[in-house]
Write a protein that binds this ligand. Structure first.
Ligand code: GZL
Length: 333
């Protein structure tokens, strides 16, 4: 797994030959000046999909920031399929866009298409999620430290357990994100680091499975969890949407979310805060989706051939249940 902490500040340089143009399924919307004059930056952006509230907020941020920056945006929604992202990137290469940015749905399988972009002398910027590829194939990553989010989730669970006066073993159900996606791999890794170091004798992940970052997935998998492990007393969901789906399953099973089963989620979308204010989620680890402005800034620098840092992080906080009501009015997504 690419260790973001080892990223060094490095000059951005790319060399290229023509890439193949595959017909990508474009859900493209162009913003910025319609003429796309020679001085207007044309940005090809391949988005994972529209699987969660976080993703919708991220898409809105990218589109509004591109408009604000006056860029011509070619936007493609991959519907969570890697082949659609690869097709879209090939289409951007064929269109000779100035810069390509994308949020890779999974960490592997990108070398070939990234080499085609490099051969076409088109710089690539990763946003949100990272890849396991040769670091020379992309200029930078604009996004969060998911391993740290996993550690933060474990640390805030310690506070939630104390606040709840929990006694006895902690039997954890884990709803993982999309299999092979950086946030799923790293949020599990960070949580396990803390568990192994400080809770080897009292915490146990009794069941873990992907809910694919969706509400439907969270509800379906949590329902199965409750059948096989009725004594679960904690849920760690890799995003709010799976947590919200799980809440439906928990209530359908006649249990109280936030009481019978303590719930920790990641993201911090508005619906997550509403559930937290209703006492159904106990704590949220924020993962900021509003990456648009930082992305557009780095696109401009990369296009100009400037040196950029290998990892541009976002600011994030963590919220306990008693902070939800006060925080809601100012939540931006
Ligand atoms: C995290 C992002 C994840 C969110 C999910 O940066 O990639 O994907 O946590 C989203 O809500 O589906």
């Amino acid at each position: 797994m690419l260790n973001r902490r080892n990223f060094l500040t490095a000059a951005v340089g790319v060399a290229a030959t023509a890439g193949l143009a595959a017909c990508a399924k474009e859900d493209s919307s162009s913003t910025g000046s319609s003429s796309g004059g020679s001085d207007t930056i044309t940005l090809g952006f391949s988005q994972v999909g529209s699987e969660s509230g976080w993703r919708s907020a991220n898409t809105d941020s990218v589109k509004s920031a591109a408009k604000e920056a006056g860029y011509k945006l070619q936007f493609s929604d991959a519907q969570q399929k890697q082949e659609n992202q690869i097709s879209a990137i090939r289409s951007f290469i064929a269109q000779k866009v100035d810069v390509i940015a994308f949020s890779p749905v999974v960490v592997t399988g990108w070398d070939a298409v990234l080499k085609e972009a490099q051969a076409a002398k088109i710089p690539v910027v990763l946003t949100d999620r990272s890849v396991e590829s040769d670091e020379s194939l992309f200029a930078t990553l604009v996004g969060s430290d998911f391993t740290d989010e996993g550690r933060r989730a474990a640390r805030i669970l310690e506070k939630v357990l104390e606040k709840a006066g929990h006694k006895g073993d902690v039997k954890i159900a884990q709803l993982e994100g999309t299999t092979g996606a950086a946030p799923a791999i790293e949020r599990a890794k960070g949580f396990k680091e803390v568990m192994d170091a400080d809770h080897a004798d009292d915490w146990k992940i009794v069941v873990t499975q992907t809910g694919d970052f969706t509400r439907a997935g969270g509800k379906q998998v949590m329902s199965a969890f409750l059948q096989s492990n009725p004594d679960i007393n904690v849920l760690y969901a890799h995003n709010d949407d799976m947590g919200l789906g799980a809440i439906q399953a928990i209530e359908a099973a006649g249990k109280k979310p936030g009481k019978d089963i303590l719930i920790i989620t990641v993201d911090g979308v508005k619906d997550g805060f509403i559930a937290m204010s209703e006492g159904k989620i106990n704590a949220i680890v924020e993962c900021n989706p509003l990456l648009g402005p930082q992305l557009m800034d780095v696109v401009k620098k990369v296009h100009a051939g400037e040196t950029v840092e290998r990892w541009i992080k976002t600011e994030e906080s963590d919220f306990m249940q008693d902070q939800a009501k006060d925080a809601l009015p100012t939540r931006k997504y």
